[in-house]
Write a protein that binds this ligand. Structure first.
Ligand SMILES: C[S@@+](CC[C@H](N)C(=O)[O-])C[C@H]1O[C@@H](n2cnc3c(N)ncnc32)[C@H](O)[C@@H]1O
Length: 411
């Protein structure tokens, strides 16, 4: 059985690795990298090492990793931040282009570009906002990613997936981007087939996440013209809405994109399914009487006069109410990095227990909402563990994509 050698970038606590391992024993992570720029301590990397071993794990800034250090691989995966991807002509190399320093997309690009043999497949994850940013040139950043992947020889499909729409316990919308190098049979297949068919029927994402074919909207075909600098400078200059819908495919710069709708029949996992019994929840997760008023205020609707001291002006601040406590028979809202800690917050999850007490979710429950193994991040503070889950992904989504890719390779 041929192994699919995987390199995991921006590994965090290993969501891609767990998902791929769940999908098939064909996946073999041969190298991983995780480095947290904001802190001296490197707890995400520590968790990764604790769970998967030290071998072939790198804990340094990816910008400082040379491509020689990265072993040959078939699949490159990573969840990277949504940043400004604009490019300018490099001053030092008159022929080259350069993205802004610290922009991690360009590190992925460098690794693909310089690797001895380009990996056959690339699987990336990002926030859905990537398809519409920046506000001044909607869709430009994604256009740059597509154009540069095309120039490196990849056909690309993408899809925004909300995990909860496919039965998983958390509403988390993320864009998944899959590239197929031109030396793969899948690339050839995409070239031959009608793009609409690929997106709706034949593609890896539609195999993993069924689409309601009776509905489609805002279908769009266009060709991404020009070099990267011209895409960066000119894409959607008129300030129109982004041409990229929640699903699409690009081959040799020809793009087909359409708004698609999920079609899922099956069990819906809800918050209730992942909760610990009340007696197993440590006391510090319960909301005490003194802070209840503050929680209610933050969660509630408000319209109030506020004053901005810095800019010296007053304004009316208004926001609607959040559901408080969270409904147990629904999937959860998205976990954000600030989910941990006892201080009252508008966005932290709060549930009502069997006996009617209000409490926050424990790190173990947050892991379950991301479909991680129980206690994967055990050993770190509760605040850190919640932070990791706010950064991570719903493992079940990667698992389904991983299975669909293996089935494509087997056929
Ligand atoms: C969105 S998170 C990915 C989380 C991961 N998919 C998981 O399941 O835990 C991005 C990760 O990239 C890491 N990171 C940020 N800048 C980095 C850099 N310059 N080099 C390496 N890793 C970096 C962050 O620490 C963070 O863990």
């Amino acid at each position: 059985m041929k192994k699919i050698k995987v390199v995991e970038l921006f590994a965090g606590v290993g969501g891609f690795r767990i998902g791929l391992n769940n999908a098939s024993n064909k996946y073999d992570v041969v190298w991983s990298n995780q480095w947290e720029p904001a802190t001296k301590s490197q707890e995400a990397s520590d968790v990764y090492i604790k769970q998967f071993g030290e071998k072939n794990h790198s804990n340094k800034d990816i910008a400082k990793v040379t491509t020689k250090e990265i072993p040959e691989h078939n699949l490159l995966v990573g969840g990277f931040p949504c940043q400004d991807y604009s490019v300018a002509k490099s001053l030092s190399k008159s022929k080259g282009i350069s993205g802004k320093k610290g922009v991690l997309w360009w590190e992925i690009h460098r690794i693909l570009k310089d690797s001895k043999s380009r990996p056959e497949f690339v699987l990336l994850e990002n926030v859905d906002r990537l398809l519409t940013s920046p506000a001044s040139q909607r869709g430009r950043d994604f256009a740059i990613i597509l154009a540069s992947l095309s120039d490196l020889g990849y056909a690309v499909e993408w899809r925004i997936i909300n995990a909860a729409e496919y039965g998983m316990p958390q509403r988390r919308r993320r864009v998944f981007i899959m590239g197929y190098h031109k030396n793969t049979p899948i690339y050839e297949k995409i070239k031959k087939i009608d793009s609409k068919n690929w997106v709706f029927d034949e593609g890896t994402f539609s195999e993993a996440f069924n689409i309601d074919k009776s509905k489609n909207r805002n279908t769009n075909n266009f060709n991404l013209k020009g070099d990267l600098i011209s895409v960066s400078n000119n894409f959607n200059k008129k300030g129109e809405s982004s041409p990229f819908q929640n699903a699409g495919v690009m081959i040799e710069r020809d793009i087909f994109t359409s708004k698609v709708f999920p079609n899922y029949v099956g069990k819906q996992t809800t918050i209730k399914d992942i909760l610990l019994r009340e007696k197993d929840v440590p006391e510090n997760f319960f909301i005490d009487k003194n802070s209840l008023e503050r929680w209610e205020y933050l969660k509630g609707a408000k319209k109030e006069k506020r004053f901005n001291k810095k800019r010296n002006f007053s304004y009316v601040y208004a926001e609607g109410s959040m559901i408080f406590p969270d409904k147990l028979n629904y999937p959860s809202r998205t976990i954000i990095t600030g989910e941990g800690g006892s201080s009252p917050s508008r966005f932290k999850h709060v549930v009502k227990t069997e006996s009617g007490r209000l409490r926050r979710l424990t790190p173990l429950e947050l892991e379950r909402l991301n479909m991680f193994p129980d206690n994967h991040t055990d050993g770190c503070t509760d605040i850190k563990r919640a932070f990791f889950m706010g950064n991570a992904l719903v493992v079940g989504v990667v698992e389904k994509i991983g299975k669909a890719l293996v089935s494509k390779l087997d056929n």
